[in-house]
Design a protein around this ligand. Structure first.
Ligand code: NAD
Length: 371
């Protein structure tokens, strides 16, 4: 079995789908591992660091005879066109954003495992790249908040008096939000968290944060949140506005699967914030949780700074690549046995993660959106 690893080409993507330790493990599984030259460059992994990996400069030649192709972002159409029919592609796809590419995967007979489709179940945790990347993003969001603030986070006693600790409010307590809470707390901030899933109260409190209880329970399918009614939104606004006004840093991470990011902070709420405060909107990619967020930009609204970073995991490219490569390895291990591919469709992880196979779009949501 030949495994080919592509160099990422999308703007601002620094990650790579392979690190040397994972290459060694793939070779032990009986694979021949090939990588596009320079694939690890952006994270300071020189080709020479990949011992026993064949380096190939031409990506078309690289994928042309590969049985499994690994990438972080969806590969360019020309490369999918160059893959062997029946070969496997593993990368993030987000089919609803890539209808043409998804059809191409289908029509080329590629078996595509989309990393964003890995089910959020206990057994699949080690393959869950959404979680590994979100944890890094949550950590970094707290740092972005701290560095955009002209104040310190911890309490500090000095000869000329004491400085009070900064208040950090995290809105949306999934994987990223909990990591943001933990990081802000380690930096010395007073932390508060809020979510519409009541089980997050205990999780926030175990990280030393206060939970802002709005009395709204919007648990949806599969452990995710559902969209809120207008009545629920009003009820939340009545409670949360005061916490928004008191915050020095607000980190927002709220997402609802398949929907645009919910707006958690209105323009009026921003205008009521303390001068010098900072919002870091991790949902910027999906349009943002704040009405003033500009995806990819840092904007100033009055005296408030709003940071809307894109692809935050890529900013921590070394660790993001390491965790991502391990997630992919754990997935590959499910179907690469004794040097040969054996797909077991009765395995719920294999069955749920597949996007296209044998000329069909296998994921129902993607099929409905595209066909
Ligand atoms: P996500 O990125 O989809 O959303 C982030 C958070 O935003 C969620 O906690 C969600 O409840 C919250 N949110 C949505 N609308 C909101 C609103 N209007 N106001 C406030 N908060 C709002 O979440 P995620 O990090 O991908 O995690 C989602 C769920 O999946 C969680 O229950 C998590 O524990 C679970 N999970 C399970 C596993 C596993 O068991 N293997 C792995 C990862 C995540």
């Amino acid at each position: 079995v030949k495994i080919a690893v592509l160099k990422e080409t999308r703007p601002h993507e620094r990650r790579v789908a392979l690190v040397p330790a994972v290459a060694d493990k793939l070779i032990k599984l009986g694979a021949q591992v090939c990588m596009q030259s320079g694939a690890g460059e952006a994270v300071k992994l020189a080709d020479a660091a990949f011992k026993n990996v064949v380096i190939e400069s031409d990506p078309v030649a690289l994928v042309g005879d590969a049985d499994i192709v690994l990438a972080v972002q969806p590969p360019e159409a020309a490369l999918i066109g160059a893959m062997k029919p029946g070969a496997i592609l593993i990368s993030f796809i987000y089919a609803h954003k890539e209808p043409a590419l998804t059809k191409l995967l289908r029509d080329r007979g590629i078996t595509c495992f989309a990393m964003e489709l890995v089910p959020r179940i206990t057994r699949a945790q080690a393959m869950d790249a959404l979680s590994s990347q979100a944890a890094l993003a949550g950590y970094y969001a707290a740092l972005l908040g701290a560095t955009h603030l002209a104040r310190i986070l911890p309490m500090m006693t000095t000869a000329v008096g004491s400085i009070r600790p900064a208040r950090t409010l995290v809105m949306g307590l999934g994987v990223a939000g909990l990591q943001a809470l933990a990081t802000a707390r380690r930096l010395g901030a007073m932390t508060e968290g809020y979510d519409v899933r009541p089980e997050t109260k205990e999780q926030a409190e175990s990280l030393g944060a206060k939970f802002v209880d709005t009395g709204v329970d919007a648990r949806g399918a599969g452990g995710y949140a559902r969209e809120l009614t207008q009545e629920e939104k009003d009820k939340i606004a009545g409670v949360i506005t005061r916490h928004i006004q008191n915050a020095d840093i607000i980190i927002t991470t709220a997402a609802i699967p398949g929907r645009p990011a919910p707006k958690l902070i209105s323009k009026a709420q921003v205008e009521g914030m303390k001068a010098g405060s900072v919002i870091v909107d991790l949902a910027a990619e999906g349009g943002g949780n704040c009405e003033y967020t500009q995806p990819g930009e840092t904007v100033q609204v009055g005296q408030v700074t709003i940071v809307g970073p894109l692809n935050v995991p890529s900013m921590l490219g070394e660790h993001a690549s390491e965790l991502y490569a391990k997630n992919q390895f754990n997935l590959i291990e499910l179907f690469l046995k004794e040097g040969a591919v054996a797909l077991d469709w009765s395995d719920e992880v294999v069955a749920n993660t597949v996007l296209t196979h044998a000329g069909e779009i296998r994921n129902e949501a993607a099929r409905k959106a595209i066909e």
